[in-house]
Design a protein around this ligand. Structure first.
Ligand code: HEC
Ligand code: HEC
Length: 327
């Protein structure tokens, strides 16, 4: 059966070619990266203060890179272990082990300022590896050089912490696909816009609101449900679902006043008065009113999407501990 053999050989050759093409595409041509820029973070108290403000109250670095007391509402950072790293729970359905690494001088002391800047905005680790984009570098590319360097200036000042967390290890094929995400940032924005709405739109991005409030399917955000809520979070407190924060009056925040929204951000209370558990409001307590009002202006422009979100189920033990989550 000569023709059978021929087809066999043909298929074999095709397989080898396909394998070669995939290897070339994913492992040679990606991640797209450039050398770390040669920059120097400032050391002035003003820059460190600005970096601290951003890391705590805007960009959320503290929340993903420090252990959190998951028994309390609103993402309370365990300050004695600030920036010692955070292991995300396996139950959360991540494609592998996901850890926000230690960012104290004990871990990143030997990174240059340029390597940190590249990691934050371009998603490339010191050793050239592509970072899992849960690290929001695709959003942080909207940070100015000045703000990025201010964050680095602040990181250099936090106390060193040892930690024995594992490294992030993604399952195949996600480990292959993440290599497509990084891009060099050659023209970062020169400055923040002064117009509150334009500013608020950037804040919505760099504050990662959509990462929790837009439901995902197969590792991708569902565009037609942008900010429409429903993402499920389970932990020691029970199960809650991200709220619909589009301008839909019936199922979103269209009927909320600015004060209702400020109360959610500053006191961690929903419009109906219930305690918000997963919403990181403790961080937002320190965000300036000016920045929060800009966020509200941007929220008001999100197209209305009707989406009813299931009610939270909070463990009875939590409720009796005086942290009542019901209205
Ligand atoms: C939503 C969670 C989240 C936020 C917010 C976040 N990170 Fe990350 N970060 C991660 C995760 C997860 C990784 C690990 C990714 C990997 O190894 O593939 C990471 C990796 C890093 C790395 C690489 C470190 C290493 O050892 O490889 C640096 C540097 C970093 N983040 C800095 C920051 C800074 C600075 C901020 C704030 C401007 C920030 N991150 C905000 C989740 C986050
Ligand atoms: C870590 C995930 C996460 C991030 C980041 C996040 N949220 Fe939330 N948010 C939630 C969840 C979950 C809820 C639902 C209630 C809870 O936490 O128990 C919520 C509730 C809310 C509510 C209360 C609405 C109601 O039901 O009355 C508002 C408003 C809100 N979020 C706006 C925002 C904005 C604006 C941002 C960005 C600045 C943001 N959220 C970032 C997870 C998140």
């Amino acid at each position: 059966m000569k023709w059978v053999k021929r087809i066999g050989i043909g298929l074999g050759v095709l397989l080898v070619l396909a394998f070669g093409a995939i290897t070339l595409f994913f492992y040679v041509l990606h991640p797209k990266s450039r050398d770390a820029p040669s920059v120097k973070a400032p050391t002035t108290p003003e820059a460190i203060e600005r970096g601290k403000y951003l890391a705590w109250h805007v960009t959320g670095c503290v929340l993903c890179h420090s252990p959190i007391d998951e028994t309390k509402p609103g993402d309370e950072v365990i300050e004695s272990q600030l920036f010692a790293g955070r292991k995300f729970p396996d139950e959360a359905g991540f494609p592998g082990t996901v850890v926000g690494p230690n960012l104290t001088p004990a871990a990143i002391g030997n990174w240059t300022d340029g390597e940190l800047m590249r990691a934050i905005r371009e998603g490339i680790a010191k050793d050239g590896r592509a970072l899992f984009p849960m690290m929001p570098y695709p959003r942080f590319k909207q940070l100015t050089d000045e703000d990025t360097l201010a964050i680095i200036a602040y990181l250099r000042t936090v106390p060193a912490q040892q930690s024995a967390l594992p490294a992030t290890e993604l399952d195949f094929p996600v480990s292959m696909f993440v290599r497509l995400a990084p891009r060099p940032v050659e023209s970062p924005p020169p400055a923040w816009p002064t117009d509150p709405l334009a500013r608020g739109k950037i804040l919505l991005e760099v504050m990662s609101c959509s990462d929790c409030h837009t439901p995902m399917e197969k590792g991708k955000q569902i565009e037609s449900k942008a900010y429409a809520g429903g993402t499920k979070f389970s932990g020691p407190i029970g199960t809650v679902y991200a709220s619909n924060i589009t301008s839909d009056p019936a199922t979103g925040i269209g009927a909320y006043s600015d004060e209702d929204l400020m109360r959610a951000f500053k006191e961690g209370k929903g419009k109906d008065g219930r305690t918000l558990w997963v919403m990181p409001w403790r961080a937002l307590q320190g965000t300036t009113d000016e920045d929060l009002r800009a966020v509200i202006a941007a929220l008001r422009t999100l197209p209305p999407i009707s989406n009813v979100v299931p009610a939270p189920q909070i463990n009875a033990a939590r409720q009796s501990a005086g942290l009542d989550a019901s209205p």
